[in-house]
Design a protein around this ligand. Sequence first.
Ligand code: AMP
Ligand code: TRP
Length: 327
Amino acid sequence: MTKGRIFSGIQPTGTIHIGNYIGAIKNWVALTEAYDCVFSIVDYHAITIDYDVESFQESIMNAARTLIACGLNPEKCRLFIQSRVIEHTELAWILNCITPLGDLERMTQFKDKSKQHRENINVGLLDYPVLQAADIMLYKSTAVPVGEDQIQHVEFTRRISRRFNGKFGKTFPEPKWLLSSTPKILGLDGKAKMSKSLNNDIGILERPDDIWEKLRTSVTDENRKRLKDPGDPKICNLYTMHTSFSPDDVVTDVADQCKSASRGCVDCKKILFENLMKELAPIQAKAQELEKRPDEISDILNDGASKCSETAKEVMEEVRGKMKLAG
Ligand code: AMP
Ligand code: TRP
């Protein structure tokens, strides 16, 4: 007996970073034990902003490899590429027809991305949450593990499910969002959310030397200008990372030493680096090993897509029936 169905997705844009890992992926791996899980590499979402066409396939395969290296076991979940299951866009169209335009214009992510990509504010960018709702609803998912930035999109999905059920009869559950214990990690600037597009991230597969260089120069509590200035761990992003990667006794120790100014930020970063690499090194080794067997990844993705297509077809048949579309 599983507790219900989980759906979540990740965009294949550049490398996957430790914000994705702590905010979502680590949680996905844990949830596969108790839930029926469906995870997608959402390529249709990724093309709503300008992307590098030539390297796109490689990014998709890298994303799949990284997820599996992080511990996602394809025998315990379905992993697939969104565009391979055509019903995602079919359901998105239907949901478009019950979505008030104002709901989409109010979305925080749309507003942020419209500012970031002024030269390409396309309809897909506005419609992004509808496709995300379709992803979730197509599998009648009951819960969606995401980072904090995605709560608004899951709340939107709940409203659309309710609206569909109200108009055409009970069909979809209202999915809940699930957060990890660290649903938001800031970037190395200590200001904005860690994100590939802001170039303030640490990639899971980055070389240890590069990771150290990024950590070494990252922003901590800015009130700690000199070694003897006490710091406040609560406002230090590096401390948040410690809570995710260091053992509990170390977390307590770094907080105490920061508050009493008895340890400098560089030493604190060295401890974090050591613990971070303890977690990342086996993932990097597994990813390297998988790189030698690309066919294995393709098989996993094909298998995931064909299993997802089965569910998707059934649900779409029910949807068409309820809406009195062609039977
Ligand atoms: P994306 O890379 O935008 O496709 O995000 C994939 C997953 O990682 C989503 O569930 C996000 O909410 C989560 N995520 C992305 N960035 C962060 C961050 N800085 N902190 C925590 N979670 C994040
Ligand atoms: N919008 C999500 C993000 O940027 C990715 C995503 C697409 C997603 N479809 C989804 C997440 C469905 C959860 C469920 O992180």
